[in-house]
Design a protein around this ligand. Structure first.
Ligand SMILES: NC(=O)c1ccc[n+]([C@@H]2O[C@H](COP(=O)([O-])OP(=O)(O)OC[C@H]3O[C@@H](n4cnc5c(N)ncnc54)[C@H](OP(=O)(O)O)[C@@H]3O)[C@@H](O)[C@H]2O)c1
Length: 311
């Protein structure tokens, strides 16, 4: 068997040239997301083979020109590239149990959600089966698949990404992150962290303002402006973190601690849950106890990743 992932070369066999023209592609898993992916590939003019545990879900796609494979092995053999999108890694393992030699010389793109180590393990398995592979994460809903609104993160074999870039671009805004197959899954959770951070902070503000009869809708434009301005600080803070140097250009952690205590007090006085601001405060308090009170807010990264060091 060929082993591709450790030594990427510019030569590739068993694939078409993908010059923007039609590609043979197999889609495995025809749930809500898999059907949307297959639909977008058909719309873009690719020759699509599909396989699903429950074959009936392929009907609509077959009527649009997709070819239904009778086994997962024949599905993999039908195309130089297979895209898999099933519920989770356990489902993926069950679906791919009969597959091994069929992948030799082919490309496997996994768009099943999972954690980084699962993605790396799958990449090792694909490598042993002689396949190049890409780990992926879809940060979009099925309705946006096939449009630029569908963010699709990919990592692993750059060669595979370059060869199938037109196909992947037909599915959404496909971005290659790097050679670590686990990166797409890591970006996925990092993105989720941003999402809940913003939403929970907004809800805290809504809860405070509702005590004075202010509607959530009235707060939304102001909240959006604050969020936008805060996001503007990220490049500067990111630079501090990457340099490991936390000189405060705006406010020190000690100043932030005072502000957070104020937010906790007002929340409690108004009968609004204060767990979230107290949580922010406890991380800041740890940093201050570690002697970082005169550093910038970005120094808190060390409370989240113990072992790094501030200057
Ligand atoms: N839907 C979204 O909005 C969305 C957004 C981002 C990411 N994703 C990710 O995309 C993946 C698929 O999501 P979905 O919305 O398409 O889920 P879904 O509608 O529930 O479909 C699940 C798919 O997995 C297959 N499957 C489950 N267990 C299996 C097994 N043991 N063997 C073979 N096939 C099995 C199902 O086959 P059957 O039809 O035979 O049951 C079906 O094709 C998930 O990892 C999800 O996290 C989804």
């Amino acid at each position: 068997m060929a082993h591709h992932t450790s030594t990427e070369t510019s030569t590739e066999t068993n694939t078409d040239t993908s010059t923007g023209t039609s590609t043979d592609v197999t889609i495995i898993g025809l749930g809500l997301m898999g059907r949307a992916l297959a639909d977008a590939a058909l719309t873009a003019g690719h020759r699509v083979t599909v396989w699903n545990r429950t074959a009936a879900k392929a009907e609509g796609l077959v009527s649009r020109g997709a070819r239904l494979a009778t086994s997962v092995e024949s599905a993999v053999l039908a195309s130089p590239v297979s895209i898999v999108c099933v519920s989770d890694y356990e489902s993926l393992q069950q679906a791919f149990a009969p597959v091994s030699g069929e992948l030799d010389g082919r490309v496997l793109v996994n768009l099943t959600s999972g954690d980084p180590e699962q993605a790396r393990e799958l990449a090792r398995w694909a490598d042993q089966a002689g396949a190049r592979s890409l780990g992926g994460a879809i940060m979009a809903v099925p309705a946006t698949i096939g449009t630029a609104d569908a963010v699709i993160l990919l990592s692993g074999s750059r060669t595979a990404f370059e060869i199938y870039r037109p196909l992947l671009a037909a599915l959404g805004d496909a971005t290659f992150l790097g050679h670590d197959h686990g990166l797409s899954a890591l970006y996925d959770v990092a993105g989720l962290s941003m999402m809940w951070g913003v939403l929970n902070a907004w809800l805290q503000g809504v809860a405070l303002l509702r005590t004075a009869g202010v509607d959530a809708s009235a707060f939304a434009p102001f909240a959006a402006r604050i969020a936008h301005d805060t996001v503007g600080w990220l490049p500067g803070y990111a630079d501090q973190i990457d340099r490991g140097s936390f000189t405060p250009d705006d406010a020190t952690l000690a100043t932030h601690a005072g502000g957070i205590a104020h937010l906790v007090r007002v929340s409690e006085k108004l009968g609004v849950d204060s767990e979230l601001p107290r949580l922010f405060g406890s991380v800041v308090a740890r940093a201050i106890a570690a002697g970082q009170g005169e550093l910038s807010y970005a120094a808190l990264i060390e409370q989240l990743t113990p072992g790094s060091s501030a200057s």
